[in-house]
Design a binder for this molecule. Structure first.
Ligand code: SAM
Length: 284
């Protein structure tokens, strides 16, 4: 197995590599954690897997053994030869040397034409956690299930409930688009080099709630806008973002039985959707 400290160090030495901080390179060196992630994802020879940032292939190796095929995106040119050499025993592996955020996901899905379904399993580069998750949720693709290793604090924000300090636009967006669940925690000691933060494995299952919203894009922007200044009230955030008078906005807020001075962190997804529709999509 690649994913232990001795083998990882040996590979880094063999190819004269140093972990690149700028690419968020912290390699998993805990075999138990690797096995636990793959078991949670449910090994299945009819399922294809997308992995972002395979690194030196610790998780990739197990994924290749457990699933039909793996498509990986690795931005670091120097790691491509390493992956091709270390994983040469597998013929169900493709690695693309590209920034995942710039890929044409829909087109790349052709690789999986012999798979029943596709999931994502990935120890993410933490500096672009949110853009990666948003790309999967906002661009058209048939993927329904995701297993991400992310920074613990970010995981807590994604699953936060209304009224808690972690609740914000990301929590609302996740609630709108996914069932999100933290599966287990991973200590910073499971990585080489050891990062400053602990991690969690999170599972996202896509869902589609229907609030009868016409302009989805505007609604997603509305969610971001009402949380843009966390210390301000909902009304003040709305005044700042839209050309509406404070009095008018307070009327909209009272119309749905909320206090005019309420803060956005105390609004549920349903209340946010109702407020959005009343302000922007109600028939005159
Ligand atoms: N999967 C490996 C593991 O678990 O040991 C490495 C995980 S490491 C946290 C993140 C990986 O993502 C690194 O290999 C890094 O080079 C890669 N990466 C960083 N930015 C990326 C991007 N925009 N697109 C694709 N890969 C990226």
């Amino acid at each position: 197995m690649i994913g232990n400290i001795k083998k990882t160090q040996a590979i880094l030495d063999k190819y004269q590599l140093k972990a690149k901080k700028g690419f968020g390179q912290n390699f998993l060196i805990d075999e138990n954690i690797l096995k636990k992630i793959v078991n949670e994802a449910g090994p299945d020879k009819e399922t294809g897997v997308i992995e972002i940032g395979p690194g030196i292939g610790a998780l990739t190796e197990l994924l290749l053994e457990s699933f039909r095929k793996v498509l990986a995106y690795e931005i670091d040119r120097n790691l491509i030869a390493v992956l091709q050499e270390e994983l040469k025993a597998f013929n169900n592996f493709k690695v693309i040397n590209q920034d995942f955020l710039k890929t044409d996901l829909k087109q790349d899905m052709n690789y999986f034409d012999d798979c029943k379904r596709v999931i994502v399993v990935s120890n993410l580069p933490y500096y672009i956690t949110t853009p990666i998750i948003l790309k999967f949720l906002e661009e058209e693709n048939p993927i329904e299930e995701f297993y991400f290793m992310i920074q613990k604090e970010v995981g807590e924000r994604l699953v936060a409930k209304k009224g808690t300090k972690d609740y914000g636009s990301l929590s609302v967006l996740m609630d709108y688009r996914t069932d999100a669940r933290i599966l287990f925690q991973v200590s910073r000691n499971s990585f080489l080099p050891r990062p400053q933060v602990d991690s969690v494995i999170i599972r996202l299952n896509k869902k589609k709630l229907n609030f009868g919203i016409n302009n989805e894009f505007a609604f997603l922007k509305f969610i971001r806008n009402i949380f843009s200044q966390k210390r301000k009230t909902l009304a003040n955030n709305l005044v700042r973002a839209y050309r509406l008078s404070k009095e008018r906005i307070q009327e909209y807020i009272k119309e749905i039985d909320l206090n005019e001075n309420i803060r956005s962190e105390n609004l549920s997804l349903e209340q946010i959707a109702t407020l959005y529709k009343n302000i922007f999509e109600a028939p005159n």
